[in-house]
Design a protein around this ligand. Structure first.
Ligand code: COA
Ligand code: UVW
Length: 329
């Protein structure tokens, strides 16, 4: 495990937050839950039919020990949960529709977090991002002052570390949304020990091309710089001009980034999602996330292409977010 996760583990194990893993019959989730419990870093809660979860674990040779398994169908606090859900959704759900939705493991798990029965949630190994995050957007909601949540990846290879955003949520952000994503991602990067140097990515560097797309990024750059003059944010940049000092010298010699960017903001979800997967699969980077930024409580998504180690690491990050949020609140 890289230094980054060894450090996070040391921080988290003192508190042992409770993390809900709603996909209780997925073998990667089961393996990660067993390892998290064995290493005594977080307390996992698995969701699903108890017999099914236990059978799947047995089939995989995974020892669950005393890990809690909650079944939405038999959960004794369900009436209280239904009432809290209806109240939270203020006229958007009836008791009947709430009861129906809470049969879904992601809605159920998210309500456990909302009701403080758990500190955070990690899901998405077996669900699409939409199905994973929609309950959080509706129930947990964004922090005051944050308009939209966004999803970033911490990209790690040996001691190299970068943050990529938005790779998960906002399909076609406008310039204001992109500026908000850039600022939130810079703050997330600090949590991972980076001194953020934020590049706003495009297919153009400092006006080398001009189109609606490049102007959107250039406008977002100005908005982010104006909102947070304390942060190093520049754009618009092609990836090479942001990352390779020799190319930066040629394309943007006056930029404070100097080809040293470590936070990359993609102009659209198409580019962000493709970009992280290319760095992961061709570049050999570990891609941990998507980590959702700006929510009131930590709920994080996984790629369906994840492995058990990814689930373990994202659970550690989720636990760290819950500890940090409690300190801040
Ligand atoms: C995230 C996503 C599912 C939300 O879309 P949706 O379910 O259609 O959302 P809706 O527009 O119906 O809104 C549902 C709720 O979420 C809120 N919401 C939607 N997007 C949000 C965002 N980015 N931040 C915060 N809240 C958001 C809405 O305000 C709404 O709240 P309300 O019900 O309290 O009024 C959608 O943007 C999406 O599909 N994104 C791409 C996901 C993806 O496939 N990524 C690639 C793989 S990682
Ligand atoms: C983050 C992501 O791309 O998720 P998935 O691979 O499950 O679509």
């Amino acid at each position: 495990m890289s230094n980054l996760f060894t450090e996070i583990k040391a921080k988290v194990e003192k508190h042992k937050p409770t993390i809900v893993l709603p996909e209780g019959t997925d073998e990667r989730i089961l393996e990660a839950a067993a390892n998290l419990a064995k290493d005594r870093v977080v307390k996992p809660i698995l969701v699903g039919d108890v017999a099914d979860v236990q059978a799947k674990a047995k089939e995989q040779g995974i020892e669950l020990g005393d890990i809690t398994i909650l079944d939405p169908a038999t959960y004794e606090g369900l009436d209280e949960m239904v009432a809290a859900f209806v109240e939270r959704r203020k006229g958007k759900e009836t008791e009947e529709s709430a009861r129906e939705k809470l049969r879904d493991v992601n809605y159920f798990g998210t309500m456990l977090v909302y009701m403080d029965k758990a500190d955070g949630l990690v899901s998405g190994a077996a669900h699409s991002t939409g199905d994973t995050v929609r309950p959080a957007l509706q129930i947990i909601k964004t922090q005051p002052g944050i308009k939209r949540t966004s999803g970033v990846f911490v990209m790690v290879k040996d001691e190299h570390k970068f943050v990529f955003g938005d790779c998960a949520i906002n399909i076609a952000p406008n310039s204001e949304e992109l500026a908000e994503i850039a600022i939130a991602t810079a703050e997330t990067a600090k949590v991972f020990g980076l001194d953020p140097k934020v590049a706003m990515l495009s297919f153009s560097t400092k006006g080398s091309a001009s189109s609606m797309e490049t102007q959107k990024v250039s406008e977002a750059t100005k908005l982010a710089q104006a909102a947070r003059p304390d942060l190093v944010i520049d754009g618009e940049f092609q990836f090479d001009a942001a990352f390779v000092p020799a190319v930066a010298q040629k394309k943007a010699p006056d930029s404070p980034l100097q080809g040293q960017a470590n936070v990359f903001i993609f102009p659209s979800l198409e580019s962000g999602n493709l970009g992280y997967k290319i760095a992961q699969r061709l570049g050999g980077y570990d891609a941990i996330g998507p980590i959702l930024q700006g929510l009131n409580k930590p709920v994080n998504d996984l790629s369906r292409g994840c492995n058990a180690a990814d689930v373990y690491k994202l659970s550690l990050i989720t636990a760290m977010q819950s500890i940090n949020q409690k300190v801040t609140n």
